[in-house]
Structures are given as structure tokens and as C-alpha cells.
Design a protein around this ligand. Structure first.
Ligand code: ADP
Ligand code: MG
Length: 361
């Protein structure tokens, strides 16, 4: 197992990148702590696979270095890095049995046959394919083949890291949950460094100790699920994580007060934002509705009952925002005012969070 260090890493698929826009992966410095389970989360095209393939050695970065336990492996081939990687679509040997597919990485390294038999049995149980061990992979469903790919990724206990690139895309929803649970228990059991790529926030938040959020080729925040919820470092994190995502209000800020839609709003802390676009971010959970109060005027456009609570859609100064209300709440008038719980307020300048004065950076 290994600590993985990314040192000034960046990648462009163009031979002569001219500007930052030409980089699929913008400059990045990061240590992946040995033994941690990470999720790499972001929408399609943001650079997740690029980063993963650089770590595994399928791709060589156009800038910077990659170190395993402080050893430079930037130019080392994939085989030398001792990494297991599982891709979005199945990679199996069709002419081999399920058993031989699973055993392949172990036999390839000359493992003891008795150990191979026992380990393959264990993995087959984890992926729910014990009954098919003797079957040829050819003819199995895409779903079953992907389970084999996952199993092959998990079979070796001595790898430096396990990389998963959206591995559950072709798996049916129930089995998805099951396999994710298995991956988690595998992590508890062996303590491998794991990086799990997904565009699904639920998957990321339930799998990982730490979530690495990417946006447009850049890592915008690395944090625990709670940190991402409470203190999104970038407006994208606020919007992408949460259901519904964080609301953003254009604001003018003077110390501990914001002016939003012409109303003075207390922020609970002082801010000195520098930047063109200043916004106040508040998650729907921290917005309170009152009919005829002194807050920011808002008009209810729709109320969605989602079971445990209600999502109230509002028009504030021409922008749609969302608030979460209790299951039992009812609204007699469309015309409301909204107030914010100061605990749930974050301030952004040009999309990056501004720390309140006095907060350690
Ligand atoms: P993700 O895995 O997050 O969906 P990728 O890392 O695959 O994103 O892609 C990041 C960006 O790099 C995208 O704009 C994509 O079009 C581009 N890209 C990916 N692979 C290649 C390639 N082989 N050649 C050129 N551009 C690529
Ligand atoms: Mg990808």
C-alpha cells in the first residue's frame, strides 16, 4: 500500500497547450493518504478519468511528478506501479471461466494454488457469483461481466492502491448498493488506498471518508461529506452536493451585513470579499419562511412533497431558490419572507468561498 503524491501535476491532451483552457487537468498538488477511501466526484468531462489514468500509469502527465511512498514513478509503466484498476465497462477474458478470470491476477504473480482457490472462492462470494465459477465468461450478461471485472480488481491483497472508474454504471440498482457495501467492507478489512470515481453524489458520500470534488479540470475541494455540506469551498460544490443544491443570492456586503434584494440580512460574521461577483450561499435546509415577516420577500411558485419533508420553490427577485420545510408545514399565502440561519451562511467572491474575518484559513 502506498501514499500517493501528486506534485505540480497537470495534463493537456494537446501537444502544445497555450492556455489553462487547454488543460484537461489543471495544476494539482495533493497527497492521497495511505489507506484512505476517497471518492473522486464531478460531472462528465471534468477530468476524473484523466487523473485516475495518470495515477495508474495508463497516461503520462504533460507536467509534474507522481510519487508512491516518495518514490518517483512518473515514468514507470503500469505493471511496475502495482495497482488494480476497474473501468466503467467490463474487461474480461471471454474464453476463460469465471474462476480463471478471477484467478488471473494471482496466478500471474505466481501465487500458491491453494491460496488462489481460497481467495477466488472468497471474491466470488463477495460479488455473488459462486454458482457461475465454472462457466465461461462468454455469454454472460454485461452486468455479470462487470462483476467479474470488479472481482478481478479486488482479488489481490498486496496492491498499492485500488482505482475504480465509475465501476457500477452497468450494474442494476439493487446490486449497486450491494457491491458498494462490499467495497466498503473490503476497505475496512484490508485498508487499501482506494479512489472511487463517480458522478453520483450519493455514491460518493456513502463510499468515502474523503470526497475530492472536481470541476472543469480542477480539484475544487477535498473534504468529508460534512465539510462539503457545511462549508462548500466553491459554488459548484454547493450546487452539486445536496438535494436540492445550495442557493446563491447576489449580494452587496458591508462587514457582517449583506444586502439581498434590497433587504439588510445579518450574516453572523464579518466578511471582506474581494472580487467582481459577490454572492451569499445558503442551503435550502437553512432557509426559514414566514408570511409577512421582515426578511427577504419571496413568492412561492411550487411546493413538492418528497415524503420526509417538503421542498418549497420560491421566486426571489426573479431567481428561483429552494427551501426545505417540515412535512407538516402548510402555506396559506404565496407571499412570504425568508430569513437565513447564520450557521448555514457562506459568502462567495467569484465562486470561491470567502472565510469570515477571524476564521483560520
Ligand atoms: P471524466 O472522466 O470526468 O468524464 P475525462 O478525464 O475523460 O473526464 O475527460 C476530461 C477532458 O479531456 C474532456 O474534455 C475530454 O473530452 C478530454 N479528453 C479525454 N480523453 C481524451 C483524449 N484521449 N484525447 C483528447 N481529449 C481527451
Ligand atoms: Mg470518465
Amino acid at each position: 500500500m502506498a501514499k500517493i503524491t501528486l506534485d505540480n501535476l497537470a495534463h493537456s491532451y494537446l501537444p502544445k497547450p497555450a492556455s489553462e483552457d487547454d488543460f484537461a487537468l489543471k495544476e494539482l498538488n495533493h497527497d492521497w493518504v495511505d489507506g484512505e477511501a476517497y471518492a473522486l466526484l464531478g460531472s462528465s468531462g471534468c477530468g476524473k478519468s484523466t487523473l485516475l489514468n495518470i495515477i495508474s500509469g495508463l497516461l503520462h502527465p504533460s507536467q509534474g511528478r507522481i510519487l508512491f511512498n516518495d518514490r518517483d514513478v512518473t515514468h514507470a509503466p503500469t505493471a511496475e506501479r502495482n495497482i488494480a484498476q476497474v473501468f466503467q465497462f467490463p474487461v474480461v477474458y471471454d474464453t476463460m471461466t469465471v474462476r480463471d478470470n478471477l484467478a488471473f491476477p494471482l496466478r500471474n504473480r505466481g501465487a500458491d494454488p491453494a491460496y488462489v482457490a481460497q481467495r477466488v472462492q472468497q471474491i466470488a462470494q463477495m460479488i455473488g457469483m459462486e454458482a457461475e465459477l465454472g462457466n465461461k465468461a462468454r455469454g454472460l450478461t454485461a452486468d455479470a461481466k462487470q462483476k467479474i471485472s470488479l472481482g478481478r480488481g479486488m482479488v489481490r491483497e498486496d496492491v498499492n492502491a485500488l482505482l475504480f472508474d465509475e465501476p457500477l454504471t452497468v450494474i442494476d440498482p439493487h446490486m449497486k448498493w450491494e457491491l458498494r457495501t462490499q467495497l466498503k467492507s473490503l476497505h475496512h478489512e484490508f485498508g487499501h488506498t482506494m479512489i472511487y470515481v463517480t458522478h453520483d453524489q450519493t455514491e460518493a458520500l456513502t463510499f468515502a471518508d474523503k470526497v475530492v470534488v472536481m470541476f472543469d479540470g480542477r480539484v475544487v475541494q477535498i473534504g468529508t461529506p460534512q465539510e462539503l455540506f457545511e462549508r462548500p469551498a466553491h459554488t459548484f460544490v454547493g450546487y452539486f452536493i445536496g438535494s436540492p443544491g445550495m442557493n446563491l443570492f447576489d449580494a452587496k456586503i458591508d462587514g457582517a451585513t449583506a444586502q439581498i434584494a434590497g433587504v439588510q440580512v445579518p450574516l453572523g460574521a464579518g466578511y471582506v470579499p474581494t472580487g467582481g461577483k459577490v454572492q451569499v450561499g445558503v442551503r435550502p435546509e437553512f432557509i426559514k419562511l414566514t408570511a409577512g415577516g421582515t426578511g427577504v420577500p419571496a413568492r412561492i411558485t411550487r411546493v413538492e412533497d418528497v415524503g420526509r419533508h417538503k421542498i418549497v420553490r420560491l421566486d426571489v427577485d426573479g431567481h428561483e431558490i429552494s427551501a426545505i420545510a417540515g412535512e407538516g408545514d402548510s402555506f396559506s399565502a404565496d407571499s412570504q419572507t425568508i430569513t437565513f440561519d447564520p450557521q448555514g451562511i457562506n459568502v462567495y467572491a467569484d465562486d470561491w468561498r470567502v472565510a469570515p474575518t477571524g476564521e483560520a484559513a
